[in-house]
Ligand binder design. Structure first.
Ligand SMILES: [Zn+2]
Length: 466
């Protein structure tokens, strides 16, 4: 049975006590052993008791549970990453190297080079002759191999109310289908917008979002804001427009915020808004990034996310690594490894008001996890460095709602025999075939490769493996 159909039945028959994705897992306990990276510290050689998709119990001792699937590892176990800034449909395109640096995003969006090399081809790809589900599966697997378990961005680009059912599977889509509130689409509480200017969000749409926030139906407006250099007036004025629309408040996160001044960061903080930092894409397009010192001094909450792979990182893990390098080289080590990993998990969960469900390892949260192979025994001294100093191939397992979806073949094989082999940066990995929303990954990839060639482009690699 197709997974989406199975979910629909399970969710209709269950009384929605737990999120629907959790209902789909077998009613057998999983006892998962490893070094648990929790907000309160590391539990060495600890245990997670996972049941019905959620973490029932965390402990230093092995729990006594009958008929459990017992999986022992020496891995570090982190919460999965939560990506608040992405454009997954574009992540099938290869890297785009801008010919020069731009003052703001309007400059490159309107440039002939962008249109010839990426924008026009993207339109061709999205408009017809391409199976959306191939793009969806490729982009989600690309995110997954970098540890992402929740992401945003599918809801905006295709400009359609209802996406094909494949969107319901694999990685949680925060603006379309998470499984947190119901099975399928139409339940989500996060709105994604690529800007506040009328071409991206007209006054009517802005008023609807403001109403939704007031009425408690929308938890978060995730909106691109001030994506341009600090001396760029066009970018600086966007904050005033957002405010005038009644949308500068605690239910808004500003994506980019590169053009904001220290005084504007104080305003953002006082309003209770936060920002998403996407350094790699900022440097590639504008040659600069957020005035982090000013944002930090103003007390602004900061999440980190990759934007899109044409000018940003391929995935969350690589963007965390990049942010770590920028923090060390340009901001005097402003952020520690721990802070950066939390800016990709615990912090965005709080910002998106889903921290009662995901974002950290704690009892009653969903089992959205990544298992990371420690490089050596010293890795336990500062587990967060395993990510800021490590490589995505160290990911041994990704679990979403208690279901193992990707990982090292031997470990994934403990959870399912129905797998598809995959090479990631030359290392053997596997995908759980039952979880793939569009069937065989290789077949989806082949179809997409042919389609990309037909529109005069090529398919981006899953990872550049830097
Ligand atoms: Zn963006």
């Amino acid at each position: 049975m197709k997974r989406a159909a199975l979910f629909a039945i399970l969710c209709l028959t269950a009384m929605l006590q737990l999120p629907c994705r959790a209902q789909a897992t077998a009613d057998r306990h999983i006892l998962l052993n490893g070094n648990l990276v929790t907000p309160g510290g590391l539990i060495r050689n600890g245990w997670l008791d996972i049941f019905n998709g959620a973490i029932l119990h965390l402990s230093a001792q092995k729990p006594q549970v009958q008929n459990a699937l017992i999986v022992e590892t020496s891995d570090l176990i982190f919460p999965g990453f939560i990506d608040l800034h992405d454009h997954p449909t574009f992540n099938v395109f290869p890297r785009w190297t801008p010919p020069s640096k731009y003052p703001n995003r309007y400059a490159w969006r309107n440039s002939a080079q962008y249109w010839d090399e990426l924008g026009g081809k993207a339109n061709q790809l999205f408009k017809g002759g391409t199976r959306f589900c191939d793009i969806d599966e490729y982009a989600e697997v690309k995110a997954l191999i970098g540890g992402t378990t929740s992401m945003i961005g599918f809801g905006n680009v295709m400009h359609t109310d209802l996406l094909p059912h494949c969107i319901d599977g694999l990685v949680r889509n925060l603006d379309v289908a998470t499984g947190f509130y119901g099975s399928g689409q139409g339940y989500e509480r996060i709105v994604n917008s690529i800007g506040i200017l009328p071409l991206d969000m007209n006054a009517n749409a802005a008023a609807q979002v403001a109403d939704g926030i007031r009425n408690g139906k929308i938890d978060l407006l995730d909106i691109h804001m001030a994506e341009g250099r600090a001396d760029d007036e066009e970018s600086a004025q966007e904050l005033d427009l957002l405010d005038a629309r009644g949308l500068l408040g605690p239910h808004t996160v500003l994506v980019h915020a590169v053009g904001l001044s220290p005084a504007q960061f104080t305003r953002v903080h006082n309003a209770g808004s936060s920002i998403v930092w996407s350094p790699r894409s900022n440097f590639e397009l504008y040659g600069t990034t957020v005035n982090l010192d000013a944002a930090f001094r103003a007390g602004v909450t900061i999440s980190v996310a990759p934007d899109w792979s044409p000018t940003g990182s391929d995935n969350m893990w690589d963007e965390i690594r990049y942010a770590h390098e920028v923090s060390a080289a340009q901001f005097d080590g402003l952020f520690s490894s721990r802070q950066l990993v939390e800016m990709a998990s615990e912090v965005p969960a709080r910002v998106a008001r889903i921290d009662d469900k995901v974002g950290s390892l704690a009892e009653n949260k969903l089992a959205d996890l990544i298992l990371v192979h420690p490089a050596d025994s010293t890795a336990l001294d500062n587990p967060y460095k395993a990510i800021t100093d490590g490589r995505i191939t160290q990911i041994d397992l990704v679990m979403i709602g208690g279901r193992a979806v990707y990982g090292e073949p031997g470990l994934l094989g403990r959870f399912t025999q129905h797998t598809e082999a995959l090479k990631v940066c030359g290392v053997d990995k596997s995908l759980n075939l039952d979880e793939l929303p569009d069937g065989s990954f290789l077949e989806a990839q082949n179809r997409l490769e042919a389609r990309m060639k037909a529109i005069g482009s090529s398919l981006a690699p899953l990872s550049e493996c830097k």
